[in-house]
Design a protein. Structure first.
Length: 435
């Protein structure tokens, strides 16, 4: 008999379209640990899908929220001005990648941020087409361009035809599963060559394209990292054709890759950047950060939202930035990432089921395959590993085109002893599945 009445209630009252992966009900958390209603402890390698970067129940963030709650909950930035919105916009403009002056729009979710970035690109350029990537994820919270630009059909787009027009897809530089049967770096960036010399002649010409939108590290796609020289060459091509680059940092931003922003690894400045998730450690907030000469061309009144940039969320986000910079958490993420990567590579040496180890910073993943030569996805085995890990007290996420990737999303504040315990459980679970 189930000892979790909330699961039964959920099945009765929560719509089926809102899926549940871990059938447990969490009552409380503390940094990298979670506790269910029966008191069982779990090491959290999910962070609410890369959100609670500063851990659960962070005392400094709680204090920031309480202080702001006592002063102002809501007035709407389109009705009257308030300090937390402006202060956060200034901070984001200053810490965004690149030397250009920036301006900011605050919204509630990653999907909204993507929607508005595309609106900006279209309005400012007067062009229609958006180019995105296969195996990408840009949101499912709207029926608009966040969903239309997402490069995976199931489960995100099932039954939603027709999707919005004006979106074109190109292959992502997924080197482990290269569609062009090439090996990096000897390939000479064949996938980008295809875009320059074939796609833009046969599908949509450059002068009709408003923007390319890219994740430097594909999140839901399985932590696939774009080669850094690919991003540099892409930006050069876009600049030559007056096409904007939208950098989706919703999942990869906020120090997770070892730098504050993933695109900083490439030494490239995006024209527009979107961020959400970890920005307020779990309170609803997102941001569109763009070059000032782009953002100033937007039409007054054509952007906004009742709740975008809520005062409490903004106050917490300001504290997140303070802690992130004060405690040098991107640097800590790089250091912990090296620890994780070493362990995952050691596991790969032991277990043939691990086909690829990849990632940046603590944003690391393993792709499981039935056969390393054929790379046949080990989807069922992935589910078994994650289920066993949960039984042992570790919460993991899966991802990837074939749902055969185990991605690690620990908070940047995780204690090293807890991190090692989690990695031990992961290895134990792998060993039990493959033996």
């Amino acid at each position: 008999m189930s000892t979790d009445p909330y699961i039964e209630a959920r099945n009765k009252y929560v719509m089926k379209g809102v899926a549940l992966y871990h059938p447990i009900t969490i009552e409380r958390g503390k940094n990298a640990l979670l506790y269910d209603i029966n008191g069982k402890e779990y090491i959290d390698f999910t962070s609410g899908i890369g959100v609670t970067t500063l851990g659960h129940a962070n005392s400094e963030l709680i204090e920031a929220a309480i202080t702001q709650l006592k002063k102002l909950w809501h007035v709407c930035i389109m009705v009257m001005n308030y300090a937390p919105y402006v202060e956060l916009a200034e901070k984001l403009a200053k810490i965004a990648p690149g030397s250009s002056e920036k301006q900011v729009l605050l919204q509630n979710s990653g999907s909204e941020a993507v929607e508005n970035a595309i609106k900006i690109a279209r309005q400012v350029t007067g062009r229609y087409y958006i180019v995105t990537y296969e195996n990408s994820f840009h949101g499912r919270g709207t029926y608009g361009y966040a969903l239309a630009t997402t490069g995976k059909w199931k489960p995100y787009k099932v039954g939603f035809d027709p999707l919005l027009p004006g979106v074109e897809f190109i292959p992502y530089p997924y080197c482990y599963r290269c569609l062009f049967k090439q090996e990096y770096p000897q390939c000479g960036l064949t996938c980008l060559d295809y875009v320059k010399k074939w796609f833009t002649y046969t599908r949509v010409t450059p002068e009709r394209i408003a923007a390319f939108i890219i994740e430097i590290v594909q999140g839901e796609g399985g932590f696939v990292v774009a080669p850094l020289d690919y991003v540099k060459e892409l930006k050069k091509f876009l600049e030559e054709n007056n096409i904007l680059l939208i950098d989706d940092e919703v999942q990869a931003g906020w120090g997770r890759t070892g730098k504050l922003w993933a695109i900083e690894h490439c030494n490239v400045e995006p024209d527009i950047m979107v961020t959400a998730k970890a920005i307020a450690n779990g309170l609803p907030l997102s941001a569109v950060i763009g070059k000032r000469d782009i953002m100033e061309k937007t039409y007054p009144g054509s952007f906004g939202g009742t709740y975008g940039g809520n005062p409490v969320s903004c106050a917490v986000a300001l504290k997140v930035i303070e802690i992130m910079l004060r405690d040098k958490l991107p640097e800590r993420a790089e250091r912990l990432g090296q620890v994780i990567r070493k362990r995952l590579n050691e596991m790969r040496e032991k277990y043939e089921i691990i086909g690829d180890v990849r990632g940046l910073g603590v944003m690391q993943a393993i792709e499981l395959v039935k056969n390393r030569k054929t790379k046949e996805p080990a989807t069922e085995e992935t589910i078994k590993v994650i289920d066993k890990a949960r039984e042992k007290g570790l919460l993991l996420l899966r991802a990837g085109l074939f749902l055969n990737v185990i991605r690690l999303h620990p908070p940047l504040t995780i204690e090293e002893e807890v991190l090692h315990r989690g990695l031990d459980i992961l290895e134990e679970s792998l060993r039990e599945v493959v033996r």
